[in-house]
Design a protein around this ligand. Structure first.
Ligand code: HAM
Length: 426
């Protein structure tokens, strides 16, 4: 008699054959999109001290309350298989003193994560995410760049029926006052709420927006909206993010009811869904987490990022990514660096538009996201080895060919064409 067969645990799967080839192709594309924008690869351990997620992701979240795979090591220390990547990356940022590096520090990962969820199509207990984190700058251009990169990656992967929802949760301070208003509304309607929402009125009232309980949904329709109670500074930050996304041609809907399942978010939050997926329609999402690094023992440091599920991308992508190269191309050198002559808002918007246009045309392009002076920006372009530098100014843009040592004044919308022509001429 043969021994009983052993199967992979529920909610897990083997990666092999065609599936493995598609993943390799996806990884190559992610690498070229993200490294082309100045992100460096990071990989953190598969397990961490449990406290990292309890503190980082939040005690009131479903993830920490019921979805973590936690074990004790032989020394009695509590360890947890990572359910997400942002807290570990921030832990690494603090542990390696990355605040001393050029800010923002831009890092990407493609790793497996673990959540004890009810397994179904598109929802697994071990799954993969590609993620990108930009830590150390609160510039709205960081938010817009980060979201644009995920939009570009999903489009490149052929993900169908994409929708992008965008909102702002404000800073912790502006949220405090709003929480009290929302709690009052929930308490006044307590009898119509689900058990779960009622139990979280104190801890996490915002999650009530996420409920699929009909009574709760009807209470939430008349609930005060956080977007209408942002501080002037937070509202201005959000307006800039939207303006830059418009300039980059990223289509989105502002959705004041958007909440995310992790507690660290501040200001910008967003989520991409695909109507090609069933109930698990979230392909990727993220936002700002301006207090997280400090909460993990580092200096006060803003951060912004996202993660997207590899399995969900593959389910929602028509054919791709198949047949692509199975090895990653070397990261592209910076072909165009976009600088601004002075730190004016309108110049920054124009510069961001040029950056987006250059990337759409397939150029590897970067701009400063750390608020540097013109001299500092040119120093950065030099460090990055940029082939061309465009300095966006009032009257025109100056395009410098760093190799030939030439420069010419151009209309901003003629720069990409000139760089492409210049490259062909080489
Ligand atoms: P999240 O929304 O929890 O965010 O997960 C991001 C993506 O991972 C989801 O949109 C989904 O595609 C995929 N995903 C999540 N859980 C599962 C599962 N059980 N099975 C399959 N796919 C899943 C985060 O994890 C944040 N760390 C994102 C972030 C980065 N925010 C800022 N930086």
């Amino acid at each position: 008699m043969s021994a009983a067969k052993i199967k992979a645990p529920r909610g897990t799967f083997d990666v092999l054959g065609e599936d493995a080839a598609r993943r390799t192709a996806l990884e190559a594309r992610a690498r070229s999109v993200l490294e082309g924008a100045g992100y460096e690869r990071i990989e953190t351990p598969a397990f961490e001290a449990t406290e990292l997620f309890a503190r980082g992701v939040g005690e009131s979240t479903d993830i920490v309350r019921k979805e973590m795979f936690t074990l004790e090591d032989q020394g009695g220390r509590s360890l947890t298989l990572r359910p997400e990547g942002t807290a570990p990356v921030c832990r690494a940022y603090v542990e390696h003193g990355m605040h001393k590096r050029r800010q923002p520090v831009k890092l990407w990962y493609l790793s497996s994560f673990f959540r004890h969820e009810r397994a179904q199509a598109g929802r697994y207990r071990q799954f993969w995410q590609v993620g990108a984190e930009a830590i150390g700058s609160e510039d709205p251009a960081v938010d817009a760049e980060s979201i644009s990169l995920l939009a570009a990656l999903l489009a490149e992967m052929g993900v169908r029926g994409l929708r992008l929802r965008l909102s702002s949760l404000g800073s912790h301070e502006s949220r405090r006052e709003y929480r009290e208003r929302l709690q009052a509304h929930l308490r006044a309607n307590e009898q119509s709420l689900s058990e779960d929402v009622r139990s979280r009125i104190e801890l996490n009232p915002l999650r009530a927006f996420d409920s699929d309980h009909p009574g709760t949904q009807s209470v939430m329709r008349s609930a005060p909206r956080l977007l209408e109670h942002l501080s002037a500074q937070d509202a201005e930050h959000f307006a800039h993010v939207r303006e830059l996304l418009d300039v980059a041609g990223v289509v989105y809907e502002v959705d004041a009811t958007l909440v995310r399942g992790l507690d660290y978010y501040t200001r910008t939050v967003f989520e991409f869904t695909s109507d090609a997926l069933g109930a698990q329609s979230g392909v990727g999402g993220g936002g700002r987490y301006d207090g997280l690094v400090e909460q993990l023992g580092g200096p006060p440091t803003p951060g912004m990022g996202w993660a997207a599920g590899i399995e969900r991308i593959m389910l929602a992508a028509e054919n791709g990514p198949t047949g692509g190269s199975t090895h990653s191309p070397p990261p592209a050198p910076v072909e165009l660096f976009v600088a601004l002559e002075s730190p004016r808002e309108d110049l920054r918007t124009a510069a961001f538009g040029l950056l987006s246009e250059a990337r759409s045309a397939g150029l590897s392009a970067q701009m400063d996201l750390g608020g540097r002076s013109l001299k500092g920006q040119l120093g950065l372009a030099d460090t990055l080895g940029a082939r061309y530098v465009a300095i966006v100014a009032d009257a025109h843009t100056t395009l410098k060919d760093m190799q030939a040592g030439r420069q010419e004044p151009l209309a901003t919308n003629a720069v990409v064409h000139a760089v492409l022509r210049g490259q062909h001429a080489l």
